[in-house]
Write a protein that binds this ligand. Structure first.
Ligand code: GLU
Length: 457
């Protein structure tokens, strides 16, 4: 069996790291099994959905390293949903309801005062054809509910009806259909709520595994019933825990906080985002994976914890530094060239500075220092200046390599009697203008004899 998964956001905003978690869980799950990944846009809500957001989501998932086999839009698939609706109606499993929101609210309150569960009492099953015609004549339009299979013969006498599945994350799960209202599938204006199009598409696309956030656990009970009503075998389900901010607050597409686009603009590497999004809230340590293959090797749906998991955006920079530190020149050459870092010195330069970067773009500052000199002249005491002048007189002859700096310092040390910080700090300040940075032994050959002499105070 080919594994087929889907990531199904509604394009109503930009995706954040919590959405990326769902996308990556699906992607890694499929990748581990040689499966396919369907990118599905749940855009039946035409008012709130925008193509621009769908395009941004495609950009974001591509940046994260996800390659969908196919991209689908629900807004182009209404015929499929209409066919499903016809099937349910023919089976007597979809019924029209004329209550207004206020009437439903009142009914709910009445049930609560009677200590009954606040579920819909199926009153709409009672009216006769004549009454319906009267309501229609009044201009009322029905919304349509799916009759949950939670009774034997009389829909007003429900009984505990357990829908169970072995959740890929949470293990045995049970939803009692008698505890739920018949879900509305179609609104008064004829538009679809999420439930039916999702199931119809999962059937049509042959989805084998539905992996999504645990805010959908109850939906799954209803959706399994719907799969069966439509004559299909339900797929396997896995509900992962949600990520929350350090404050415990959930993430929202609308706030724009921690959107993938903002992290990208902030210079965070995709694998730093992916590592944090995937490994937080699992039994694995949150350490940077260099690529998808490595992350796939550490990913296990079943090791995901059941409770919500806090994550700290500050960890992203830590992961970013680790990734940059270990990145080969070949992996970054193009991006460095875009920053103007190219030529024979580009590779040794990268190897010298990569361990000192928070973000790749920070390399540009070091490149300027190496190629043009310190941004501002170092603040040196008269004594250090005299020391440096004498030191620069002792610079070894060309050619220079990785051993030149030590040879030079050994000599300066012997002549000046300085050691430790008193020896190195003035040299670092003269060469870079900054009190810390890459190894001077690596920088010196990059500066070369000429560049170094140009920094003589
Ligand atoms: N559009 C739904 C959501 O974003 C999809 C849920 C699902 O994966 O079925 O919550």
């Amino acid at each position: 069996m080919t594994v087929i998964v889907r990531f199904a956001p509604s394009p109503t905003g930009n995706i954040h790291i919590g959405n990326a978690r769902t996308a990556l869980f699906n992607w890694l799950f499929a990748r581990q099994r040689g499966g396919r990944f369907v990118q599905r846009f749940d855009d039946t809500d035409v008012e709130r959905s925008r193509q621009e957001y769908a395009d941004n989501i495609l950009t974001d998932i591509a940046w994260l390293g996800i390659e969908p086999s196919v991209v689908e839009y629900q807004s182009k698939r209404f015929a499929v949903y209409e066919a499903a609706i016809a099937k349910l109606k023919a089976a007597g499993l979809l019924y029209p309801c004329y209550e207004t929101a206020e009437e439903l609210d009142l009914k709910r309150k009445v049930r609560l005062t009677r200590r009954l569960p606040p579920v819909y009492g199926r009153e709409a099953l009672k009216p006769t054809a004549v009454e319906r015609a009267r309501l229609e004549a009044e201009g009322r339009r029905p919304h349509w509910r799916f009759l949950l299979p939670n009774f034997d013969t009389d829909p007003f006498s429900t009984r505990r009806t357990e829908v169970t599945w072995t959740d890929l994350v949470r293990g045995e799960e049970t939803v009692d259909l008698a505890s739920l209202s018949d879900p509305v599938l179609v609104r008064e204006d004829g538009t679809y709520l999420y439930t039916l199009p999702s199931v119809a598409d999962d059937i049509d696309f042959g989805i084998t595994h539905v992996i999504r956030g645990d805010d959908h656990v109850t939906n799954t009970g209803v959706q399994i019933a719907l799969f069966k009503a439509l004559g299909a075998e339900p797929p396997a389900f896995g509900h992962h825990n949600l990520l929350t901010a350090v404050t415990g607050e959930g993430l929202s597409k609308r706030s724009g906080a921690l959107s993938i686009a903002s992290l990208r603009a902030d210079g965070i590497e995709p694998m730093a985002v992916a590592s944090l999004a995937v490994l937080t809230g699992t039994s694995e340590n949150v350490v940077a994976a260099r690529d998808m293959a490595e992350l796939a090797g550490r990913f296990d749906l079943a090791s995901t914890s059941r409770s919500a998991s806090k994550f700290d955006p500050a960890d992203l920079l830590v992961l970013n530094r680790t990734l940059l530190h270990g990145m080969d020149f070949a992996a970054v050459a193009e991006r460095l060239a875009a920053l103007g870092i190219a030529g024979a010195r580009a590779e040794p330069f990268w190897l010298a500075v990569r361990g000192n970067l928070d973000r790749l773009a920070d390399a540009a500052g070091w490149w300027r220092i190496v190629t043009q000199g310190p941004t501002q002249a170092p603040d040196l005491s008269d004594e250090d200046r005299a020391f440096l002048r004498a030191a620069f007189d002792l610079l070894p002859a060309a050619p220079w390599d990785g051993t030149t700096f030590k040879a030079w310092m050994d000599q300066v040390k012997a002549v000046s009697g300085r050691k430790g910080k008193a020896l190195f700090m003035p040299v670092r300040l003269a060469l870079t203008g900054l009190p810390s940075g890459p190894e001077l032994a690596d920088l010196l050959p990059l500066l070369g004899p000429e560049g170094t002499q140009a920094r003589r105070p």
